[in-house]
Each structure stands twice: as C-alpha cells, then as structure tokens.
Design a protein around this ligand. Sequence first.
Ligand SMILES: *[C@@H]1O[C@H](CO)[C@@H](O)[C@H](O)[C@H]1NC(C)=O
Ligand SMILES: *[C@@H]1O[C@H](CO)[C@@H](O)[C@H](O)[C@H]1NC(C)=O
Ligand SMILES: *[C@@H]1O[C@H](CO)[C@@H](O)[C@H](O)[C@H]1NC(C)=O
Length: 188
Amino acid sequence: MLIPWVIIGIWLARPTPISSFVIEVQMDRIEQIGGEHLLDLSGIRVRKYNRTLSVINGTYSIVRDLDESLAFTVTVARSALGNNQFNEYPMKIPRKDGCRIFLEDYSEYQHVWANTTNLPQVDKEAPPALCALPKGDYWVKDFAPDASWVPPVVPEGFWRMTWHMYSAVTDELEGQVRLFIRVKKDIF
Ligand SMILES: *[C@@H]1O[C@H](CO)[C@@H](O)[C@H](O)[C@H]1NC(C)=O
Ligand SMILES: *[C@@H]1O[C@H](CO)[C@@H](O)[C@H](O)[C@H]1NC(C)=O
Ligand SMILES: *[C@@H]1O[C@H](CO)[C@@H](O)[C@H](O)[C@H]1NC(C)=O
C-alpha cells in the first residue's frame, strides 16, 4: 500500500505548491483476477464505515505459502474522470520474491494492520523458519488506509493499484489483485 504512493510521490515531485489541502482516500472496491490457487479474496468487501471512510472487511484465505517460489510487484494507474479509462503510471517497482517481501516489507509495515487482521506478527530479530506469508484462513475487520501515506503531489482522481503475482520459476503471471481508490483533496 505505502510503497507505491511513495514512489508516485517521488516520480511526481516538483516545486512545492503554495496551497494547503486535506487529502481524503476512499476505497471503492477490490478485485481478484486469477490466482485462486494462491489466494481467495472472494469473502472480502469494501464497506462504508461512515460518510467519509470506507474499510476492508471479511474473510480470506492464503491457499499456499507465499514464499520464494513466487514474485510480486505493484503497478499503478489513474483515471482522472472515473470513467474506467485508466492510464498506467510508467513507474517501476522491482519484483521481489515472497520471502524477501515477508522479511523486509511485511515486517516493516505490519504495525499498520496489526489490530485489523489476524495475519502473523514477525519478529525481525527471530524470524520464523518458514520465510513466507503462511497459508491459512484469515479475517480482516474495518481496515482503512491512512491518507497520511499519500504524498501531497499525488493528483486527485480514481486510482487502481494492481498486485501482480508471478511464478519465480517460470516467470508466468499467476494472478492479480486490484484495489480501486479515490483520492480527493479539499483545499482550505
Ligand atoms: C465489518 O465486519 C464486522 C464483523 O466481522 C462488523 O461488526 C462490522 O460492522 C463490519 N463493518 C462494516 C463497516 O460493515
Ligand atoms: C468516520 O470514522 C472515522 C474513524 O472512526 C472518524 O475519524 C471520522 O471522523 C468519521 N467521519 C465522519 C464524517 O463521521
Ligand atoms: C493494537 O492494539 C494494541 C493492544 O490493544 C495496542 O497496544 C496497539 O497500540 C495497537 N496498535 C495499533 C497500530 O493501533
């Protein structure tokens, strides 16, 4: 979640604008395209928590340990009008295998979802023998992205973040997960 926003921010960085604004991030929906042999997100929904906040709620399964035999990357696209005409941002997030993501990124950001899902907490000093997000049935309750992650240079509009899952062995695309988000700025 966080890393793509930071990269968009760096990619777009230009002299600081003078106006100030509040950034509002509203999730719209989550979609899985293929990869049911790895993940099952069919029980996950984006729900309205209140007028301005939407949350991810439900149950999901990791069907297979997400380990070094799989590689992941994220791409980001924007639709200015929300008419489903998305333009991909030409930014490159290097592909990483599941073991490295678990040790480096997952352990770095696990505090973000600590109390909203029952995924395991990793002790960086004593990582578990299995270097993977372990298979299992999980729940997520009222998880909301934090708008403070979105750098001010990120333009308003409808954003689509796509997680691509590849076989690290054959390089073939095994599935995708897409999160649709609306970014709004209220100038004050
Ligand atoms: C999320 O699910 C929990 C039950 O698991 C429920 O209590 C809560 O109201 C749900 N939140 C929303 C916004 O629907
Ligand atoms: C929606 O809920 C969040 C979290 O409890 C809260 O911070 C925010 O002020 C609420 N917004 C409205 C419009 O009630
Ligand atoms: C999660 O819950 C624990 C125990 O209630 C609390 O100490 C901790 O600060 C919470 N973490 C976050 C990120 O909200």
